[in-house]
Design a protein around this ligand. Structure first.
Ligand code: PHE
Ligand code: ZN
Length: 883
């Protein structure tokens, strides 16, 4: 299945884009479905752009070509050429009808791209995945997103083996055929790109609900899953209904077909897929019940259900002109989902979660050899560009635009964007253009953010002039070079700010150049490399609260005294900003521990948090849990010139120990018991908050009194009414290498033996063993009969969790971790190039490691460049990482 171009094959360039010479007006597809052999007949009605003389070229990969007919004539091999995954056909003209027949083998498709089998051959079902370029694995087609066609799809199959037949669009008939077979037809009235095509066939159960859109359309909502999972789909159904209502209210967007199908599979490369009218989900993001799903996972299910649903407008009705514009649909849809989740839950907690993810996943990407702009200028394998940069940074860019326009202005702009581009394949220029035109504002300066990689560093320096009663804030920006971009320009950086007096009051803002007072919060925009802003009528040196709500994705160097951060932590009214002050203070405390000497920051951090911990008026348990968590090891490593992951881990542990000791074992235990007295399995915000804080308190306790914490954790494990409590307790036991861990793990394994998603957690949690113990455990688990390289969730649960979430356990000084991971990449790549390439990105940061690990990592990665050829996916990642 692997693509085997020579590794020097030319990249695809944004600057080479040309509108397609051939369009497909209509496609009729007929499938004769079988596990080992499926026949596909496709009938294309072609339109030709008369200004271009290009011959008809169709993409097709791994297809067994049976016949080709052009306008009713069977073609002989003289009339076409099929080489290098392109079928070139002579004599086609405007209005021609091209019919091809091909044969596929779904059971042999381990790459999970195109048509494949999910589950065992006797009982599994067939499904498709076409984004980005999977459709060419199903039939011959101009497989690019700017070719929009109307689809009519007929499925035929054995009724007993494939009782359920589904494709995108509206149902258009079904019936019996001879020999125990049956058929079903679907017609999609909305022209769409090939990446949104989908079909599903097999033994599936369903739950259904009737929904009426705001504009009066009755819609059948149906969720499909295998029999053992269908009862775990109700939460997703509720989330779907909430998403549909929200998009009507927040964006005026209604659903546009008579049916909306959602299908769960355990075999999926990504999170989920927004196929028109037939979303397909990784079961991890669809199934939920208290016994096997954590609170975080519940929120993820709600978020992904919403994300895929929102794509129906941001992605499907308005799609992308080419794959360089991927963030047009992904960044925008992530942003829409973030707004939705904020509305459904706590806005502050959602923002904290999203910024933490950006810093953990995107900032390191932007600072390493895989850095690329939100709109890349070139790629070799598009599947390698479904990245945190395109998704998460892309969402931050939309957030900046939305902030610039204000709520009403952004809505006006979005209405215009959807209306003007409906049914079209659009670009980021179309997006910025529509938002700007609807508001008479030129947003094109923000385009620079889309083309420039790297996280800007912004420095803020304040100067108070007592004689003038003025405060001058000087902001500078600087972005380090990234691969292929030596020189960076200044970007427009919106900085939402407030000024605090030392008693914790917010000061009214009188900004030079503005005749009116601005209230107590305002957005200034840094447009140049350096700019100063002067505030008047200030009676004493203020403390600036900058980048409120994280108004721009930059790294801020704020030059604060620890006491100033402590003041913001105590007094800021915005939950996100309090957390941010705590994060900054914790980072300074970390620096203090590392460098020795001045411990002001460490003391200020511990004191401020201990005070909050004791404050009976501070009632937000979930926020308290987040405030008590310093930045993770990956974020802290970003502060280092040269990274020693073991040392980062040790310092962070010590940091938390200091905090735990400052609060005290007694108060921690009492707080734990008070929280534990409320234990339940409800999903409301305060029950979730109780579990979140209980977990954090237990973790801190484990660092200062391990035996006591382990005894408590063992009890919590046994009595836990929900997966959240059970897994939290298990993690504390495993991380502490507690004697009770062995029994608990054995119990968990047995209890969840039949539940793949829960079993994934059993694998993941064990990768969190500390330090030198980890590798041997991971190796042992890789030999477990339940482990398989064929299932992406299982691979990520073991290798991904180890390499990403336990840096100290992965980055062994002797390099054994790197060597062993790299050895797994080859067989994985032979099965599933997308999963192998994504896993390989964990080595992204090797150049900044201390010399011994750096050399070990370099040599391990380099070993992939010799020997049998790798997939295009993995080749590109390895080449770029080595740089
Ligand atoms: N478009 C999907 C999403 O974000 C992601 C995806 C990409 C899924 C490629 C499968 C393959 O919503
Ligand atoms: Zn998406």
């Amino acid at each position: 299945m692997n693509a085997r171009p020579d590794s020097a094959s030319a990249p695809i360039l944004l600057s080479d884009y040309r509108a397609p010479a051939w369009q497909v007006e209509q496609i009729e597809l007929d499938f004769d479905l079988g596990i080992d052999a499926t026949q596909v007949r496709s009938c294309l009605r072609l339109r030709r752009d008369s200004t271009q003389a290009t011959p008809l070229c169709l993409d097709g990969e791994g297809l067994e070509l049976l016949t080709i007919m052009l306008d009713g004539q069977l073609l002989s091999p003289d009339d076409y050429r099929y080489a290098d995954n392109v079928l070139e056909i002579d004599h086609a003209h405007d209005g021609s009808v091209l019919e091809t027949r091909v044969r596929l083998n779904p059971a042999a498709n381990t790459a999970l791209e195109g048509l494949y089998l999910s589950g065992p051959r006797e009982s599994g079902f067939l499904l498709t995945q076409c984004e980005a370029q999977g459709f060419r694995h199903i039939t011959f087609f101009p497989d690019q997103p700017d070719v929009l066609a109307s689809y009519t799809v007929t499925l035929r199959a054995d009724r007993a083996r494939f009782p359920v037949l589904l494709a995108g669009g509206n149902p258009d008939g079904a019936g019996d055929l001879d020999g125990g077979r049956h058929w079903a037809r679907f017609v999609d009235p909305h022209p769409k790109p090939s990446y949104l095509f989908a079909l599903v066939a097999g033994r599936l159960e369903k739950i259904g609900r009737e929904y009426v859109t705001a504009d009066g359309r009755p819609v059948q909502l149906v969720i499909w899953a295998e029999a053992d999972a269908i009862e775990r789909c109700h939460y997703a159904m509720d989330a779907l209904e909430r998403s549909m209502r929200w998009d009507e209210q927040a964006y005026g967007r209604n659903y546009d077909l008579d049916v909306f199908h959602v299908v769960a599979t355990h075999d999926f490369n990504m999170g989920a897929m927004e196929n028109k009218g037939l979303n397909i989900f990784n079961a991890k993001y669809l199934l939920a019940d208290p016994d096997s799903t954590t609170d975080d996972e519940y929120r993820a299910v709600e978020a992904v259900v919403a994300h895929e649903y929102f794509h129906n407008w941001s992605g499907n009705r308005v799609t992308c002109r080419d794959w360089f514009q991927l963030s047009l649909k992904e960044g925008l849809t992530v942003f829409r989902e973030q707004q939705f989740s904020a509305d459904m839950n706590s806005p502050a907690l959602k923002r904290i979660e999203d910024v933490a993810l950006l810093r953990r996943a995107q900032f390191p990407e932007d600072a390493g050899p895989l850095a690329h702009p939100v709109r890349p200028a070139e790629y070799r394998e598009i599947n390698n560009f479904y990245t945190a940069t395109v998704y998460e940074k892309g969402s931050e860019l939309v957030r900046m635009l939305a902030g610039r326009l204000g709520q009403a202005g952004f809505r006006r702009g979005m209405d215009r964007y959807f209306e003007h581009n409906d049914g079209h394949a659009a670009t980021l220029e179309d997006f910025l253009g529509a938002l700007g035109e609807a508001n008479d504002i030129d947003l094109m300066p923000y385009l620079a953010w889309y083309g420039q990689a790297g996280t800007p560093r912004m420095k803020a320096r304040g100067h108070y002039d007592a004689a003038q009663h003025s405060y001058t804030l000087t902001l500078t920006q600087h972005t380090l070079p990234t691969p292929g971009q030596a020189h960076k320009r200044a970007l427009p950086i919106p900085v939402k700010l407030a000024l605090f007096a030392t008693d914790g009051r917010m000061l009214p803002l009188h900004l030079d150049g503005h005749s009116n007072a601005l209230g107590d919060e305002h957005v200034i925009v840094l447009e140049q490399a350096e700019q100063s802003f002067v505030f008047r009528n200030i009676d004493a040196a203020p403390i600036p609260s900058l980048l409120r709500g994280f108004s721009a994705p930059v790294i801020l160097d704020g030059d604060y005294a620890p006491t100033e951060l402590a003041l913001l932590l105590r007094h800021d009214i915005d939950g996100f900003n309090r957390w941010e002050a705590a994060q900054q203070l914790a980072s300074r405390a970390y620096d203090a521990l590392r460098d020795g000497g001045d411990t002001t920051a460490l003391t200020a951090w511990c004191d401020a948090l201990a005070e909050l911990f004791d404050d009976e008026l501070f009632a937000d348990d979930a926020l308290l849990a987040d405030l008590l968590s310093p930045p993770g090891e990956i974020e802290l490593a970003e502060r280092e010139q040269v990274v020693d992951p073991a040392r980062v881990h040790a310092l962070r542990q010590e940091l938390q120990q200091r905090l735990g000791a400052r609060i005290g074992a007694g108060p921690l235990l009492r707080r734990y018991e008070a929280l534990a007295a409320q234990t339940n399995r409800q999903l409301d915000a305060s029950s979730q908050a109780q579990r979140r804080l209980k977990r954090r308190v237990l973790e801190l306790l484990a660092l200062i009194d391990a035996p006591a914490a382990h005894a408590v954790a063992a009890g919590q494990y046994q009595d836990a009414p929900s997966m959240t409590d059970r897994l939290a307790a298990l993690a504390v036991l495993v991380r502490g290498n507690a004697p009770q861990a062995t029994l608990a793990l054995a119990h968990f394994r047995e209890r969840y033996a039949g539940d793949p998603l829960a079993l994934d957690k059993w694998f993941s949690v064990q990768t969190q063993l500390p330090g030198e113990l980890t590798l041997a455990r991971v190796q042992l688990l890789a030999g477990d009969p339940a482990f398989t390289l064929k299932n992406p969730n299982r691979v990520n649960a073991l290798f991904g969790a180890w390499a990403r979430s336990n840096p100290a356990g992965f980055h062994r000084a002797d390099g054994a971790g790197y060597r062993w991971l790299v050895q797994q990449l080859r067989p994985l790549d032979a099965l599933n190039p997308q999963v192998a390439a994504r896993l390989a990105t964990v080595l992204n940061g090797w150049k900044r490691l201390e010399p011994v690990r750096r050399e070990a990592a370099r040599s391990a990665i380099s070993s992939l460049t010799t020997g049998p050829e790798l997939s295009r996916n993995l080749t590109e990642i390895v080449q770029n990482i080595l740089g």
